[in-house]
Structures are given as structure tokens and as C-alpha cells.
Design a protein around this ligand. Structure first.
Ligand SMILES: *Cc1c(COP(=O)(O)O)cnc(C)c1O
Length: 498
């Protein structure tokens, strides 16, 4: 299996190269040259297998330059029952006659990013052995919340790696800050900076692209890499749970192999829903992919009109992981819808960076709107949905998942489509407990975030994940605030490089 760049079809690499390097030199994203097929009989057989076995099956089809032993050991290290709280890695909770919720947040950090970031470090180290000559990989992350913690948990104590996370001191929630500052592991560093997320991100970018710094690392047999969501090693593990949830529906007699299903996905960077599209291209029968956005509804408009336009007001919402105006992984979808027209994609992406907008051809818009449905909702509707869903189904969902439930309800009411539907749930309600509790008990009073968790448990008769409750008693390891102009020195001194 070869991988090409979305902006230059002449770039042809194997998966180890794609994973170790993250992005292609001219700025394009790596995509598989073809989509390996899964037969209905195979889906039927897989419905009797564990998540790990399904993961090994799917990954082997894409990572053909990995040996079977390499894939097995990456999967076995990532999806252990200790890390995912039991044997059901991705529980499917039946909501009503047509809809089920796929819970992707039973990993170490209580958000769906664990599904990819628990395995990425292993895929990366395996790739580095071959294509990076065993250099030590240094991961730099700028985060506004979920990604930083999930990357720390994924890379902690993975041999041959070092990870450093920078977050805006005043730009993440208290729980998120505690999650990061109490991080265990011998190869991790966490640093708040005295600036906003943009400062953190441009600081990291400046270090990444500084040739002097890169040379210093090379002299010490080290190299920078990135764990962000355009890396193929983060996307391919996400295809697995679409296949697995389809198999689960077969197993539970909700569908027969061959029946189509809908997937509803709360979307930010378009990585998660793109993995659903790739699963469909492999043969998972799909009716509609429903793309749910919050008030930052640039994708809703794009699916309706074919014009992507990021020139609009940016909203800070109660579903912060979806507060995004440039959905980087969309590039991979339009490359496929344009039948691999690399020149066209390069042209559209140049327009995006120059003018903040582009428009796709009508034929591409038609293909897109035959399959994708776009919908959005604001914070008020999100809270009402959390409350309604709890009252009606006794099911508690987080602020991101609630956006998906809201968009699905509107879709169902306007179409009466009774196709079995999987609503993808991306975070534990306890990760965003304050807004979730506000939705259910608007007048609650609490002294701190741990009391909020306690009240939410009592009010809803549900249990908070231990790893969030226990934060209260964990030692804070990282207390330093770093000047935003001092990030480079911090990185070098941390690596013991002069
Ligand atoms: C990252 C994230 C999303 C958005 O996923 P994309 O792959 O960027 O579309 C949604 N919900 C939560 C909780 C997240 O952490």
C-alpha cells in the first residue's frame, strides 16, 4: 500500500514514512492510494471478534510495510483493558429503536482522542526504527485542552520519545490544567505559557521550523515530530471503531450484514468523520454521514453550498474541542471527491490560505451532499439537549456529544429516516461536568470543580471516571509558567542541549 500527497501525486511513500514525517514536504497530507476492501462475510466474521482483533485486521490492510508482529505489538500495547477500563473498549449504548451511542471515551483521559493517541506513539516508534534510523523522537504540542493530555498519556514512558506540551495559562479549564500538571512519566514536560493559544501554537511552530534548532537536535541524534490530527497514524486507528461498531450492530441483531447505517459525528478538525468516510470506502454499508457542528458552523455551510468560508466570527462555546474554523482533514475528503486531482487541491488550499475561502465544483458538491448531511446548534440548544436526553432516556451526554444528538434529532424529525444510526460520543460528561450540570440543575452551588463532580454523580445517579475524581489527590509536578518568548530555551535545556 502506497501513500500519496494530496497536493502532489508524484510523492509516493510507504506508511512508515507517512507516520514518521506527519506531513508531506510541499504541505500536502498523506492519503492511501486505494481503499482496501472488507467483504460482508468478513464483517460478519469480525462481529464475533474483540476490538483488538478488529484493529489488527483493519490496520494490517493499510500498514502493509509493517510486519504482523509489529502491528500486533502496537495494538496490544495500546488497547489494554487496564487503560480502557474493562473488556469493552468502545461500548455501544442503545438509546431508542433507531439510535445508539458509541462511547469512545473509556480511555485514560476520558476523551475520544485516546483511541488514536494511545497507539500513535507505538506506530511512530516502529516507523522511526526503519525510516528515521532510530533517532529519538521529540514531540512538541501546543494545546487548548484535550489533545495535550491525550498526547501526554499516549507518549509517557514510551522508549525513544520525549514529549513537551505547552498550554495557554488562562486558556484551559481547571480540570484540564490539573490533568496535565499532574502527568506522570519520565519523558514528559508540561509548561503553561503567559499568552493565549495562538501564542503557544506559533511558539511551537517557530521551534519546529528553526533550522538551527533542528541541526542541534540532529547532532544529538534527535528529531522533531508532531502528534496532531493530520498524521496518518492518528487517522487510521479511527477507522477501526467505525468497522467495530458496525460489527457490534450485527452481533446485537440490530442489523444484518449489508444493511446501511447512519453515523452522526460531532466534528471539529474533520478527522473523526473522515475516518467514517474511509470505513465506508472499505465496504462498511453507510446511508448518511451526519456532520454536527456547534456555533462555529463553517462545515454546515460548506456541505450545503460548496463554499468553504472561514471569514466569520469565531465563537467560544461549551463544546471547545469543536471551536475550529479550519478543518484540516477536509483536504483529504475533497482530494477523494475530486478523483485525486492534486493540482486542483493545491489550488484550493492556496485560495484558503490567501483569501480564507474556496468553492468546489458542482459535481463535487453533488457527490458530497448525496452522502453528507450538515447540521449545527448553539450552546442553548446543546444544554437543552443534555437535559432532554437525560429526562427522556436516562442517558447523560457531554457537551460535544449533545451537539451530535441535537443535530440527529433534527435530521430524524425532518426526514423520518429510520435507518439504524450510530451517534459518536467523544467525551465523558464528567470531563465537562460544570456545563453538563448547569444543563440539568441550572441553580446548583459548588465550591470547586470536585464538588461539581460529586453533585453531578448524585443528581444523575451515574459514576465519574476514577481518573478524573482522583485528580484531587494527585501531586502537581509542573508548576512553572514560561515566558512565551522563552519556549525555545525551555525545549533545548529540557533536552540537555546547549
Ligand atoms: C477533538 C474532539 C472533537 C473533534 O474531533 P475532530 O476529529 O477534530 O473532528 C470532538 N469532541 C471532542 C471531545 C474532542 O476532543
Amino acid at each position: 500500500m502506497n501513500y500519496r500527497s494530496t497536493r502532489d501525486n508524484n510523492v509516493i511513500k510507504n506508511s512508515k514514512f507517512a507516520i514518521a514525517n506527519g506531513i508531506s514536504v510541499e504541505g500536502g497530507l498523506f492519503v492511501p492510494d486505494e481503499f482496501p476492501q472488507i467483504k460482508l462475510s468478513e464483517l460478519e466474521a469480525l462481529s464475533k471478534k474483540s476490538y483488538k482483533e478488529i484493529a489488527k485486521f483493519v490496520l494490517a490492510k493499510y500498514l502493509s510495510d509493517f510486519t504482523k508482529e509489529e502491528i500486533d505489538s502496537c495494538v496490544d500495547a495500546a488497547y489494554t483493558s487496564e487503560k480502557f477500563g474493562g473488556n469493552d473498549t468502545t461500548p455501544l449504548h442503545k438509546l431508542n429503536g433507531t439510535a445508539s451511542v458509541l462511547e469512545l471515551w473509556h480511555g485514560p483521559t476520558c476523551a475520544f482522542k485516546d483511541m488514536a493517541l494511545q497507539i500513535l506513539p507505538h506506530l511512530m516508534m516502529t516507523s522511526a526504527k526503519t525510516v528515521l534510523d532510530n533517532k529519538k523522537i521529540v514531540i512538541l504540542v501546543a494545546t487548548s485542552g484535550d489533545t495535550g493530555k491525550a498526547a501526554l498519556e499516549g507518549f509517557k514512558d514510551v522508549e525513544g520519545t520525549e514529549i513537551m506540551v505547552f498550554y495557554p495559562e488562562d486558556g484551559v479549564s481547571k480540570i484540564q490544567k490539573l490533568q496535565m500538571n499532574t502527568q506522570e512519566g519520565n519523558n514528559v514536560t508540561v509548561c503553561g505559557i503567559d499568552g493565549n493559544f495562538d501564542n503557544a501554537q506559533s511558539g511551537v511552530k517557530a521551534i519546529f521550523t528553526n533550522t538551527e534548532v533542528k541541526d542541534k537536535l540532529l547532532e544529538n541524534n534527535m528529531i522533531f515530530s508532531s502528534a496532531n490530527s493530520i498524521n496518518w497514524g492518528r487517522l487510521v486507528p479511527q477507522v477501526v471503531y467505525y468497522v467495530a461498531s458496525y460489527c457490534r450492530l450485527i452481533k446485537e441483531n440490530e442489523i444484518k450484514a449489508g444493511d446501511k447505517v447512519n453515523f452522526v459525528v460531532p466534528t471539529g478538525n474533520f478527522g473523526n468523520i473522515l475516518a467514517g468516510y474511509y470505513a465506508m470506502k472499505m465496504g462498511v454499508p453507510v446511508n448518511k454521514l451526519i456532520c454536527a457542528s456547534n456555533a462555529n458552523n463553517v462545515l454546515t455551510d460548506f456541505i450545503k453550498t460548496g463554499t468553504y468560508d472561514k471569514n466569520r466570527k469565531f465563537f467560544t462555546t461549551i463544546s471547545p474541542s469543536m471551536d475550529i474554523l479550519i478543518s484540516s482533514n477536509l483536504e483529504r475528503l475533497i482530494y477523494d471527491l475530486y478523483d485525486k486531482d492534486d493540482k486542483k487541491i493545491a489550488e484550493l488550499m492556496n485560495e484558503l490560505s490567501a483569501n480564507g475561502k474556496y468553492t468546489v465544483d458542482t459535481s463535487v458538491l453533488d457527490k458530497m451532499s448525496n452522502l453528507f448531511v450538515g447540521g449545527c446548534c448553539d450552546d442553548n440548544s446543546t444544554k437543552n439537549t443534555i437535559d432532554d436526553t437525560f429526562k427522556k432516556y436516562n442517558y447523560l451526554c457531554d457537551t460535544h456529544t449533545a451537539v451530535a444528538v441535537n443535530v440527529y434529532n433534527n435530521y430524524y424529525n425532518s426526514t423520518n429516516d429510520t435507518t439504524k444510526t450510530v451517534i459518536v460520543s467523544t467525551a465523558s460528561p464528567y470531563k465537562f461536568s460544570e456545563d453538563v450540570l448547569k444543563a440539568i440543575v441550572p441553580e446548583f452551588k459548588a465550591n470547586d470543580e470536585f464538588e461539581v463532580i460529586d453533585i453531578l454523580e448524585k443528581e444523575t445517579n451515574t459514576k465519574a471516571p476514577a481518573q478524573l475524581k482522583n485528580l484531587k489527590n494527585k501531586e502537581v509536578r509542573f508548576k512553572n509558567i514560561c515566558d512565551k518568548n522563552d519556549m525555545q530555551n525551555k525545549v533545548l535545556s529540557n533536552l540537555n542541549i546547549k
